[in-house]
Design a protein around this ligand. Structure first.
Ligand code: F6P
Length: 748
């Protein structure tokens, strides 16, 4: 049976049951009313005839005449007079004989001990030959004394007739109601089903559904997208690759070109002292992650042209195609004056926001002239973005703390843009964030984004708490979204990663060869043990603590003296900032002191290489080492940890990893340490050096599987799929045009 019919049958049955119940209730109530009415009439009649009754009480014939007077009403069958001894005094001819005075008086006990005021009328229904009758007994009082009672018997057949008529009407009325309700339900169900299917068709055709259908359709769409994503994952073995990212872009975003804005450029042209121009790959987690994404997606990377030969390598608009030899996307360089670089990059970004967001015990410095430069440079980049887009609803990926104001500035220039902002460093709790003099402007700027990403949920929570505390806005905790000045921003965790397999491995020799060449470079004996650290020289990286842990290891394990060395590749970074200069000196001094304590002959406990190292060199060192120690005091993610894992296709080597990195949440097979606790850290280093090869393999294999799966293509893919979903929703709600350009060309 079809559902609507089934519903109608159930409705009819339900109404029939209801009719029966209603008729029972109605019958009982009306019967009670009738009986009460008959008793009242009897009482009234007897009370009116009381004088005559009392006067004739002793004479049967006169009394009968008085009773006959009482039976003029056609519904009264007969009357009788009974004494207090329950003996019959007189009765009319029609009075039913079975209703004796004794039977009627059985319920009362009139007598001397029974006070007159206790006498009251009573009535009941009796069955007599010919049907049911209603009898009311009304006491007759003479002076103060009851002398008996008069019984008036009513015919009940008229009540039964009325009841039958009422029942008939009731059944007919409810029957009609049932029929009408069933037919209305069937018609309404048909109409709404047709409306629902029409809306679904409109949705599939990409048209706008009516507002009342939107909540349902949103759920349907989410479900369909989830299923499609799962199917897609199944079909491609679950691994994200550059090709899959490309497919995602063309499937979900009609092949739109993305525009990335990041302060750091992926390729820096530097003029060396000999006049030669060299191409430098900067030491930057951001570049490590995003460069492969750009190769896969094409589009434009807008960045600060910071290299001494950058201008010569670009055209007059600051553009060039990269990567050299495999040109697949555009690098658009934006030029900054020395004052702008000082205020924007060194000042507000790296002396203000960087220490504000990292718990590394360096005080943030906030200068108003830095803030002014920060605003100007953000504006400059917003204008550059405007020049690089090829539609009025482009997809723009804004990167990092250098561009907190950019999302809103882009939104002002391109109201229909989809702006995905990713914050690569931690976001502090509100108490900490609240010390920033421009906290409201920074929050407002970021809330120009359509999606705002952090590495971890805790940073999303901190951000939302900050908005809650400092801005007038609406927070949708279920959706993890903020609505500010009518603009929605989804706040989501997207833990960043690296390309898999790493492109750098193509040019790096096998592990044994790397080990041999690195050991030769460092002058290590073949049976030496080597630890490696790779970082920018930054106080958040815990480089000093790392060296102190090596020192503690050598103090506690004399057998490792002369055998274990730790090499630190430290890329100079932000060297114009006093804190960084200080760190540079401190690290050098600590390394020198440790070497003085433990070095002998050609042996050096700590080998500090303060220089920029190109990725192939870094990968050689990863492959040569027995362990890699990442000791950040606070780090959004830390991609060195993931790069070390990518480099170890021999499944050997141990990762010792600070609790305070985002990576520690994912890489649970690493030896996790608190870098401040030198005993714990040095014990972990010893454990790493003594770890059996099988255990190293098991741990490394598990971590490699994880990084392979959660690679940077997945990171970018998830954000782009979320952006696509958002764009579809916005298009349906009328914010974006339906038709996106099929092909795009870069604006001049
Ligand atoms: O970690 C934050 C970050 O911007 C990274 O994304 C990048 O790895 C690093 O800082 C680079 O710093 P800079 O660009 O100042 O050399």
């Amino acid at each position: 049976m079809r559902p609507a019919l089934r519903f109608a049958v159930a409705l009819v049955l339900g109404l029939a049951l209801l009719t029966w119940a209603a008729s029972v209730v109605v019958m009982r109530t009306t019967r009670a009313w009738f009986e009460r009415d008959m008793q009242l009439r009897a009482e009234l009649a007897v009370s009116g005839a009381r004088e005559a009754l009392v006067a004739h009480w002793g004479r049967e014939s006169d009394l009968r005449r008085a009773l006959v007077e009482l039976t003029h009403d056609e519904r009264v069958l007969g009357a009788a007079a009974c004494g207090t001894d329950l003996g019959l005094r007189a009765r009319t001819i029609e009075y039913p004989a079975p209703l004796s005075c004794g039977r009627l008086g059985a319920d009362v006990r009139p007598g001397e001990d029974f006070p007159a005021e206790a006498w009251r009328a009573w009535s009941s229904v009796f069955s007599v030959p010919g049907g049911q009758v209603h009898a009311t007994a009304v006491p007759v009082i003479s002076g103060e004394q009851p002398i008996g009672f008069v019984v008036l018997v009513h015919d009940l057949s008229f009540v039964e007739r009325r009841e039958a008529t009422t029942r008939r009407f009731l059944v007919m009325a409810f029957g009609f109601l049932a029929l009408a309700a069933a037919v209305t339900t069937l018609i309404a169900a048909r109409l709404s089903w047709r409306g629902w299917s029409n809306e679904l068709r409109r949705l599939i055709r990409g048209e706008r559904p009516r507002p009342e259908f939107r909540p349902f359709l949103r759920d349907v769409r989410d479900l369909v997208e989830r299923l499609a994503a799962e199917r897609e994952a199944d079909g491609l073995g679950g691994l994200w690759t550059p090709q899959r990212l490309k497919n995602t872009l063309s499937r979900h975003l009609h092949g739109e070109r993305v525009v990335i804005v990041a302060h750091r450029e992926p390729y820096v042209h530097e003029r060396a002292s000999d006049g030669q121009v060299t191409l430098v790959h900067p030491a930057s987690g951001l570049v490590t992650a995003l460069e492969p994404v750009m190769r896969a997606c094409s589009g434009t990377w807008v960045a600060h042209g910071s290299g001494s030969a950058d201008a010569e390598a670009a055209d007059k608009n600051g553009r060039l195609l990269v990567p050299p030899g495999e040109e697949s996307y555009v690098l658009r360089r934006v030029w900054l004056s020395p004052e702008e670089e000082k205020g924007f990059y060194y000042g507000l970004s790296n002396e203000g926001l960087w220490p504000l967001c990292h718990i590394a015990h360096t005080r943030p410095v906030f200068r108003s002239e830095d803030w002014r430069h920060y605003q100007e440079v953000n504006r400059k980049f917003a204008d550059a973005v405007r020049q690089e887009v090829d539609s009025d609803d482009p997809i723009i990926l804004v990167q990092d703390y250098h561009f907190a104001l950019l999302p809103r500035m882009i939104r002002e220039r391109l109201p229909r843009a989809t702006v995905i902002t990713f914050w690569h460093i931690p976001w502090p709790n509100s108490e900490r964030f609240g010390i920033c003099p421009w906290r409201d402007e920074i929050l407002t700027g970021l809330l120009g984004s359509s999606i705002l990403g952090f590495h971890a949920q805790v940073h999303c929570n901190n951000f939302i708490d900050g908005v809650d505390r400092f801005l007038e806005s609406r927070i949708d905790r279920e959706q993890n979204a903020v609505v500010h000045q009518g603009q929605w921003t989804l706040v989501r965790p997207y833990p960043i990663s690296i390309e898999w397999p790493s492109g750098w491995l193509r040019d790096v020799p096998p592990v044994a060869q790397c080990r041999a060449s690195v050991f030769a470079e460092l002058g290590l004996a073949p049976d030496a043990l080597l630890g490696v650290g790779v970082d920018r020289l930054d106080y958040t990286k815990g480089i000093e603590e790392r060296m102190l842990a090596v020192e503690r290891l050598l103090e506690r394990s004399p057998s490792l003296r002369g055998r274990f060395s730790f090499v630190q590749l430290a890329a100079p970074s932000r060297t114009a900032i006093p804190e960084y200069q200080k760190l540079n000196e401190t690290v050098a001094a600590v390394a020198a002191r440790i070497n003085q304590r433990f070095s002998s002959g050609g042996y050096r406990a700590v080998i500090l290489k303060r220089a920029h190292h190109e990725p192939p060199t870094v990968f050689r060192y990863y492959r040569a080492a027995d362990l890699c120690y990442v000791s950040s005091l606070h780090d959004g993610m830390n991609l060195v940890a993931k790069e070390f894992i990518a480099a170890r296709d021999d499944e050997q080597g141990v990762l010792v990893l600070s609790h305070f990195t985002g990576a520690a949440r994912e890489l649970t097979e690493a030896l996790s340490v608190n870098p401040y606790d030198l005993d714990e850290a040095s014990a972990a280093l010893v454990a790493a050096l003594l770890m059996p090869r099988d255990e190293q393999r098991d741990r490394m294999r598990a971590m490699r599987a994880l990084v392979a799966e959660f690679n940077v293509y997945r990171w970018a893919g998830r954000m782009l799929v979320d952006a696509a979903r958002l764009r579809r929703r916005e298009r349906l709600s009328g914010r974006l045009s339906r038709h996106l350009p099929d092909s795009a060309s870069f604006a001049e």
